[in-house]
Design a protein around this ligand. Structure first.
Ligand SMILES: Cc1ncc(COP(=O)(O)OP(=O)(O)O)c(N)n1
Ligand SMILES: Cc1nc(C(=O)O)sc1CCOP(=O)(O)O
Ligand SMILES: [Mg+2]
Length: 208
């Protein structure tokens, strides 16, 4: 079965816990096609339990479930794929561990890195930060839609724009060639994650 990779990727609040799970459940019920488990500063035990709970929410729905950073955890909990950053296991190594059926994404901020990651076996790329974000520190300057466009033009896998994405900014990213967007704050930080997910999905569908 080929799984959704474009459209909306909803990333969990890095703190994990019941609030993060409630936001995942809301996003899934509102129709988000992809969820990524992104939990930081926790033990492997806590991470594997949290990731398993997210997989359990996604499994009955057909939503694609990815795990950030950790291909071992993704495989252990039966997630569909793993998103790998610059300091994680290289995509080529993760491919050897996980085999051909496991989805692999990589973070790219420029066309050269994007082409290398695709050559290593990445199925999609996360590209950012599209705009400044308060969710993650230590990022380089924002790429803007033009920077996202440069990466999208260099590869033939889906490019998912990340960083400071809001419903209002989706149109500019689609015009830049993005196949989708990834968000943390726009859903997990929203007072109503269900409504926020629906608004992002409407924007991705090109609704005014
Ligand atoms: C879709 C998507 N794109 C980029 C990232 C960033 O991943 P990474 O570089 O591994 O950084 P952290 O998320 O681990 O802080 C992503 N998670 N998802
Ligand atoms: C986790 C992450 N990675 C980024 C990158 O550019 O690699 S930006 C980012 C944070 C995205 O959060 P928000 O949607 O709240 O801006
Ligand atoms: Mg990561």
């Amino acid at each position: 079965m080929s799984r959704a990779l474009g459209g909306l990727h909803v990333l969990t609040d890095a703190a994990g816990g019941p609030r993060a799970l409630a936001a995942v459940a809301a996003a899934v019920s509102a129709g988000a096609p992809v969820v990524q488990v992104r939990a930081k500063d926790c033990t492997d035990r806590v991470l594997v339990e949290f990731a398993g709970q997210v997989v359990d929410i996604c499994a009955p729905t057909g939503v694609t479930c990815l795990v950030n950073d950790r291909v071992d955890v993704a495989l252990a909990v039966g997630a569909h794929g793993t998103h790998l950053g610059a300091t994680d296991l290289p995509v080529a190594a993760a491919r050897r561990v996980a085999g051909p059926g496991h989805l692999l994404g990589g973070t790219a901020r420029d066309p050269e890195t994007a082409r290398r990651l695709v050559a290593e076996g990445a199925d999609y790329l996360g590209v950012g930060p599209a705009w400044p974000t308060t969710t993650k520190t230590g990022l380089p300057d924002a790429l803007g839609p033009a920077g996202v466009a440069a990466v999208a033009a260099a590869v033939d896998v889906p490019v998912i724009a990340i960083g400071g994405v809001t419903a209002e900014r989706v149109a500019a990213l689609l015009a830049a060639g993005a196949a989708g967007v990834a968000v943390v704050g726009a859903v997990t930080g929203a007072p109503d994650p269900t409504a926020a997910t629906r608004e992002l999905l409407r924007a991705l569908a090109g609704a005014p």
